[in-house]
Ligand binder design. Structure first.
Ligand code: GDP
Ligand code: CA
Length: 329
């Protein structure tokens, strides 16, 4: 095993990758890991470019994450946010800590002087040393919007609001008719993305949100085709355990696109590469083992293992199960 490529959202993708790095350190110390991050949650806020998933991955792997929250920095203060709020600006429900703001200021400064998001990400990672090559899925802005099925505050049914507003302000509790990825049609995959999928030994779809994290990366022109044609094994890890999203509200995203919130439902949604999908193998939690025959019937080679990322040893064991599943195929 010389290289592994991971298609990741924020918290789930970052935590899994931490376990993967720990497992590879033992099993394949020379293996290089590339993480392709979802940038569909990116947005402009208070004049700054915010990239939630890139930052969660960078901070988690670089030792600068707030472990309890899963995002942002530890020991934060909110003095700048409070000042912005005093002007009646900003989003009261989206907090930007003072330490975190520094990252957004540096990013925005570099973007405004003409650097691409890939270049900016590489620059920020020089400080954090995440131990992976971290790539945004695209250098063009792609912003996921949630299209509302009902009125919510100043928004009318039919309006499409930024995904982060739906997710953080409304906790995904306002019904939506679908998601729109603005900017997607004219976007291209960032430098290195298609190569990282095409030339690696293993591609992992970690337990990230299948709709607005992995789904968005798969929608970037060329990415799905690269996954379909790579000679690498593609192994997915279920973000759903026992019919529920382990953390967060991924179930609201799945039901919006008509996919059942279950390890089986998501596995079938990704589909087997042998029948037009993207998976060679699918790892589900032990509690969902009863779905193994149905997955096999759908042509998806699957196995069950404990999938709760409670701590680093548990997550490392999960990564080991992924490597085993890849080797069996
Ligand atoms: P986000 O961008 O921060 O929302 O993070 P991701 O898209 O990477 O992943 C979020 C999803 O990861 C959640 O909705 C859960 O379904 C899944 N997840 C989080 N923690 C765990 C865990 O411990 N085990 C498993 N199997 N899935 C998890
Ligand atoms: Ca995210």
């Amino acid at each position: 095993m010389k290289s592994v490529t991971v298609l990741a959202g924020g918290v789930g993708g970052a935590r899994f990758t931490r376990g993967l790095l720990a497992q590879l350190a033992v099993a394949a110390p020379d293996a290089a890991v590339t993480v392709i991050a979802n940038t569909g949650d990116d947005m402009w806020l208070d004049g700054l470019r915010i990239c939630p998933d890139l930052d969660t991955i960078m901070y988690t792997l670089g030792g600068g994450i707030n472990e309890e929250q899963g995002w942002g920095r530890p020991d934060e203060t909110r003095r700048a946010s409070a000042e912005i709020a005093a002007y009646g600006r900003g989003w009261s429900w989206f907090t930007l800590g003072d330490l975190d703001l520094a990252t957004h200021i540096v990013r925005t400064d570099l973007l405004r002087s003409g650097s691409t998001l890939s270049e900016v990400t590489e620059f920020l990672c020089r400080r954090w040393q995440p131990g992976v090559r971290l790539l945004p899925m695209s250098d063009q802005p792609i912003e996921t919007h949630a299209c509302l099925a009902e009125n919510a505050d100043e928004h009318a049914a039919g309006d499409c609001i930024h995904f982060e507003e739906w997710w953080v302000r409304y906790r995904a509790r306002v019904a939506v008719t679908g998601f729109e990825q603005r900017g997607l049609a004219s976007a291209v995959a960032a430098p290195g993305v298609l190569e990282a999928i095409g030339t690696t030994d293993l591609v992992v779809l970690p337990p990230s949100n299948p709709v607005v994290s992995v789904g968005t990366i798969l929608a970037v022109p060329g990415v799905r085709e690269a996954l379909r044609s790579t000679s690498a094994r593609v192994v997915g890890v279920s973000p759903i355990i026992g019919g529920a999203a382990v953390r967060g509200m991924a179930d609201a995203c799945l039901s919006t696109i008509g996919v059942e919130t279950s390890a089986l439902g998501v596995g079938v949604h990704y589909g087997s590469r042998s029948s037009g999908g993207v998976l060679d193998a699918w790892l589900i939690d032990e509690t969902d083992a009863a779905s193994l025959p149905a997955l096999a019937a759908a042509g998806i080679r699957s196995a069950a293992a404990p999938l709760w990322m409670t701590d680093l040893p548990a997550t490392t064991a999960m990564a080991a199960a992924v490597l085993r599943l890849a080797a069996e195929g």
